[in-house]
Design a protein around this ligand. Structure first.
Ligand code: FMN
Length: 375
């Protein structure tokens, strides 16, 4: 029976621990994928099937794990991916993950659908804060969000482009948490039975899309949440990318690219990097795995452009496999949420520490001296 933080040995352990503390509605929101969840599974099986061929008899006992992205050096080749509505799992979760990321010298991406503000997170994580934007129907709102990110000192903006419509996440729909929310009695009862979660939520008040509050007709949570769902999802085009490029003075990263031609187009539009991703299997069930597409895209764009990946990172060896396929950097998604949901800030520190340790061990085992795989 795994209960305490000390029992957490692998990233997947946090998933079991989070299942214990979260009501079904929240668990399914985090863990679920679109439709039959094939894309979600594909991310995991792509990593399981990829192999690393070790080089022995080399001096790699103290490998260098640092990665330089543009003008920033990070201690590890991974960060924490943008994930919305974190306060629904645990109030203040974004602030916990941001703190842990900052202390580990890795980036934390605040979701545009986050429950903490860009100003709050930037104050905690400083230059480790990245901000993810969903372009709103009303461009003035997007422009002001961009201004706020810049004023808060953020240097990297991530534009997510792979969610033009509501995706059919059937776990959510069955729980009454779909496009027209209507919670059934069994879901409400299940929430009431998760007492610690419930007390925290009642104490802090239900979470809201914090960054959007200034633009909503009133500060009432329900009004802010409705305003958000009226603005997003919204079908963007390359014009929006160019518009944002002109507006945003810092580094611009496009997230959710899978097609090599789109990768080329993103760099033609002066993006500074892309995140190859199928959104953790949450948007298109027929989508290929991020790992598979990353190698194709690297072949297409050549060695220079900054390519990142997310989707299915569960082991240190997955990080090396992604780097071997051509990634400069990767992002951890669900395990970070599971860890902070189950254990709060100590869980956030621990999930990062486990991944670090596995990367270190795997590099030493494979004879890698650095993240380029140099023996
Ligand atoms: C609960 C949840 C919420 C998410 N919300 C966002 C979001 O607001 N913006 C975004 O760009 N991606 C979002 N994602 C996708 C993640 O950024 C990332 O692509 C994905 O989780 C990586 O897969 P992994 O969970 O297998 O590591 C979300 C993912 C999850 C699990």
């Amino acid at each position: 029976m795994m209960r305490s933080l000390n029992d957490m040995i692998a990233l997947d352990d946090f998933s079991i621990a989070a299942d214990r503390v979260l009501p079904r509605l929240v668990r399914d929101y985090i863990n679920g994928g679109v439709e039959d969840e094939h894309a979600l599974e594909r991310n995991l099986s792509a990593f399981a099937e990829a192999l690393l061929i070790p080089r022995y008899l080399v001096h790699a006992s103290k490998p260098c794990t640092q990665v330089q992205l543009w003008n920033q050096t990070y201690a590890w080749p991974f960060g924490i991916a943008p994930m919305g509505l974190q306060g629904f799992a645990r109030p203040g979760m974004e602030l916990m993950l941001a703190r842990a990321a900052h202390d580990a010298k890795i980036p934390f991406v605040l979701s545009g659908a986050g429950t903490s503000t860009v100003e709050q997170v930037a104050e905690i994580a400083g230059p480790c804060t990245w901000f993810q934007l969903y372009v709103a129907r009303d461009r003035n709102v997007s422009a002001d969000l961009v201004r706020r990110a810049s004023d808060a000192g953020i240097q990297v903006l991530v534009l997510t482009v792979d969610a033009p419509v509501h995706s059919k996440r059937e776990r959510d729909w069955r729980n009454g948490f779909g496009p027209a929310p209507r919670l059934g009695l069994h879901i409400i009862l299940d929430m009431l039975l998760h007492v610690r979660w419930l007390v925290r939520q009642l104490h802090h008040g239900l979470p809201t899309f914090a960054n959007w509050a200034p633009y909503a007709p009133s500060q009432n949570r329900a009004v802010v949440n409705r305003f958000f769902t009226q603005q997003i999802p919204f079908t963007q085009t390359w014009d929006d990318v160019r518009w944002l490029r002109d507006l945003w003075p810092g580094k611009l990263v496009i997230k959710g690219i899978l097609h090599p031609d789109d990768a080329i187009h993103a760099f033609e539009c002066q993006a500074d990097g892309i995140i190859v991703s199928n959104h953790g299997g949450r948007v298109l069930d027929a989508a290929p795995s991020a790992l598979h597409q990353l190698s194709l895209i690297r072949q297409e764009v050549g060695p220079e452009p900054v390519l990142m990946l997310d989707g299915g990172i569960r082991r240190g060896s997955d990080v090396l496999k992604a780097c071997q396929a051509g990634a400069n950097f990767v992002w951890m998604g669900r395990p970070a949420l599971h860890a902070a949901a189950a254990f709060g800030l100590p869980g956030a520190y621990r999930v990062i520490a486990i991944l670090e340790e596995e990367i270190r061990l795997c590099m030493a085992q494979c004879g890698w001296q650095n993240m380029l795989g140099t023996p």
